[in-house]
Write a protein that binds this ligand. Structure first.
Ligand SMILES: *[C@@H]1O[C@H](CO)[C@@H](O)[C@H](O)[C@H]1NC(C)=O
Ligand SMILES: *[C@@H]1O[C@H](CO)[C@@H](O)[C@H](O)[C@H]1NC(C)=O
Ligand SMILES: *[C@@H]1O[C@H](CO)[C@@H](O)[C@H](O)[C@H]1NC(C)=O
Ligand SMILES: *[C@@H]1O[C@H](CO)[C@@H](O)[C@H](O)[C@H]1NC(C)=O
Ligand SMILES: *[C@@H]1O[C@H](CO)[C@@H](O)[C@H](O)[C@H]1NC(C)=O
Length: 420
């Protein structure tokens, strides 16, 4: 009889455990994803995003998500930091005019490398003109780039060089650099600028009805608008706001920027709600979140899907927002879909995520997206951190909390029994 019960329990565990844990990526898949990220991230924003990804994964105490990011004694040596510093060195040495990395039609994208360049100075990493290059990039943004002059976004720095155009992508490329520059040099007006730029971009791009951001707004007729709710663009906006929020929160100026942090957290939640309302049953978002008919511009896109999930886990561990159960459900659904078959469904044999939007042509399907590789690694890292912090706001997290409460109760009653 006891053998039958034991067998029954073992069988039960055998069924439950794989269901709970099979939806993960092995280290060998993750390593392939990372190798592809490293080899393919050649455009300015791709390299900037890859550098940020390496920072968050391998040197977390130097990333703004750590409460000790401004410590003058980082726990890593300059030699350790080479994977980031080599990207930063390229950004400085091959810069042209005042842009990091090289001539670019985008005013905003090269600034995505600014944080790694400032890290070069912060860690005293050798004989590179870190400060000169960072200052040039900052001044180009603040005084050498056209701004919107009228309308809701008057004052917003253009994301393009040749004409004024605002892209949701900008929120990941520029404000995190401004905020970090401000925090590291003790210049709070730069931290304020980071917030102001986000707020202006939001005035131009946020669509309240959908609770989503439009992609591109050009105030005059000089170029196109993209009024669609681009999936990756919503992710860029949420991910950029998270970095600015973290930069404020983990700095000595946190109390000075309390209201700004609270706005940023609300604005991130808006995006997460808008996306959650539109998650398809497959768990993979469409390229335009609410255009769920496959055609030439909208199709299932795993890249924006990964960035969405990455930002949900991060927001919870950073800012503990309220009413996140439904959003966590969507993030878990998205992540589990991406991790199906240990990656066998959504990754090819070389570690490329699929299917993905073309990173150079946002309304067409592509293959091999460098930024998507970064998004996967950020999602995995943020998901693991959220899990080890207790999977807050998930059904599993609630079960875990209940179990620990009953465990405390059990220990207490045993102690009582022994004492009495
Ligand atoms: C790829 O890795 C090599 C070796 O660490 C490094 O020099 C290079 O900067 C990396 N490039 C990117 C884009 O990550
Ligand atoms: C460069 O680093 C030093 C500390 O090593 C810091 O005091 C200074 O503000 C930094 N400059 C910039 C522009 O980041
Ligand atoms: C902060 O940075 C801005 C932009 O570089 C500069 O104009 C301003 O003088 C700085 N403020 C302080 C207090 O250093
Ligand atoms: C883009 O939208 C703005 C604001 O609605 C409008 O003024 C402008 O003409 C539009 N541009 C194009 C090319 O349609
Ligand atoms: C794709 O389908 C959506 C939803 O039906 C529609 O709004 C959009 O205009 C279509 N795009 C193209 C290029 O046909």
């Amino acid at each position: 009889m006891r053998t039958t019960t034991a067998l029954f329990i073992l069988t039960l565990l055998h069924v439950i455990i794989p269901c709970t844990f099979a939806q993960t990526l092995s280290n060998s898949v993750l390593n392939l994803v990372r190798t592809r990220m490293n080899q393919s991230s050649t455009a300015s924003w791709e390299a900037g995003t890859a550098a940020e990804t390496v920072l968050e994964l391998d040197f977390p105490q130097l990333s703004v998500f750590s409460s000790s990011y401004l410590s003058p004694f980082p726990p890593y040596s300059v030699a350790d930091l080479q994977p980031i510093l080599s990207i930063a060195t390229d950004a400085v040495t091959q810069r042209s005019s005042s842009q990091l990395w090289g001539q670019d039609g985008s005013a905003g994208d090269p600034a995505s490398l600014g944080v790694s360049v400032l890290l070069g100075n912060w860690t005293n990493a050798g004989n590179v003109d870190w400060v000169g290059a960072a200052e040039q990039q900052l001044n180009l943004l603040l005084t050498g780039t056209a701004r919107a002059t009228y309308g809701p976004a008057a004052g917003a720095i253009s994301h393009r060089v040749g004409y004024v155009q605002l892209w949701s992508d900008f929120v990941y490329m520029v404000p995190p650099f401004l905020a970090y520059y401000g925090a590291i040099t003790g210049n709070t007006s730069l931290i304020q600028d980071a917030y102001t730029q986000i707020s202006l971009y939001r005035s131009a791009l946020y669509s309240k009805d959908a609770s989503l951001w439009r992609h591109v707004y050009c105030p005059d007729d000089t170029n196109f608008n993209d009024t669609g709710h681009w999936s990756t663009g919503n992710g860029w906006a949420a991910a950029g706001m998270l970095r600015v929020l973290a930069t404020m929160k983990n700095s000595p100026y946190s109390s000075q920027f309390k209201d700004e942090q609270s706005d940023l957290s609300d604005w991130i939640a808006d995006i997460h709600n808008g996306m959650t309302n539109n998650i398809p049953s497959s768990g993979i978002f469409f390229n335009y979140v609410d255009q769920q008919t496959t055609n030439s511009s909208s199709f299932p896109d795993a890249s924006g899907t990964a960035l969405f999930a990455a930002t949900v886990y991060r927001h919870i561990t950073l800012a503990d927002p309220s009413d996140y159960e439904k959003i966590v459900g969507a993030a878990e659904k998205a992540r589990q879909a991406l991790y199906a078959n240990g990656g066998g469904t959504h990754f090819d044999g070389n570690g490329w995520l699929m299917p993905v939007v073309n990173p150079d042509a946002f309304s067409t399907a592509g293959s091999e997206s460098p930024e998507a590789q970064s998004f996967v690694l950020q999602m995995d890292n943020n998901w693991k951190a959220w899990t080890s912090a207790g999977s807050k706001d998930s059904a599993a997290g609630r079960r875990l909390a209940a179990v620990s409460v009953s465990a405390v109760g059990f220990v207490a009653s045993v102690l009582m029994a022994l004492l009495l």
